[in-house]
Write a protein that binds this ligand. Sequence first.
Ligand SMILES: [Zn+2]
Ligand SMILES: [Zn+2]
Length: 254
Amino acid sequence: MKITFLGTGAAEGIPALNCPCPHCTRARREGGRLVRHRNAILFSLPGYELLLDTPPDIRELLARYQIHRIEGIFLTHAHHDHTGGLEEFLYWRKDLDLFVEPQVYESLRRENWGDRLPDIAFHCPIHPGMAVRFDGFFFTPFAVHHTIPCFGLAIYEGGRKVVYTSDTSNRFSNYAYRLMAEADLLIVNTPRFTGPHEGHITSTEAVALKKRVGARRLALTHFNHNNRTHDSLEKWAQGLDGVIIAYDGLEIEV
Ligand SMILES: [Zn+2]
Ligand SMILES: [Zn+2]
């Protein structure tokens, strides 16, 4: 499967609005990989393009990377940086499936535009631990610990396993650890580089997680301006085994 990181920033994106910090200042001046839009990943599966999350930046990202095909959307949780762009799909010209856990769907529906959700997509309710089976691949959502109900995703295709942990604290169920075990690619959202961060695992903790579960490769994403800059993260990752620093537009083949 091909994985395209469309947006790799945390809630505020980089540069953050009117933020004078050195990271945001450099991003504004130099652009390139220092700039991060909010979280969106496209999983290209056999005959099915699955978009994970619809951040407020989604319209710009789909245009920039010329994405003209999406069959389904998987929403991890109802935070604005992950779902704020869902309404853009009122203008998507084809039918879409919407894989969302019922409680998360309900909280999206309570938004003032929520009654138009059925116009956007066909709701396919998902529950943690179920296998959503397709011909040739399947995926299994699992619950993670975040500030609101949130779901990660294990995707199985062609004997390969990719696990995306979504926004999560560094505390997992034994079930989640089992799903992550020996993943070919583990993708973890780490807004900050180190040290305690409520509701979120950090970059250094994610490296320990990779080791613990025996994942072959680890891709870090969903960075905020308190984390190191992209070039400095890349330098750090060179000294580690199988750690990839995602950037907007990165493609990984698994
Ligand atoms: Zn987030
Ligand atoms: Zn969140």
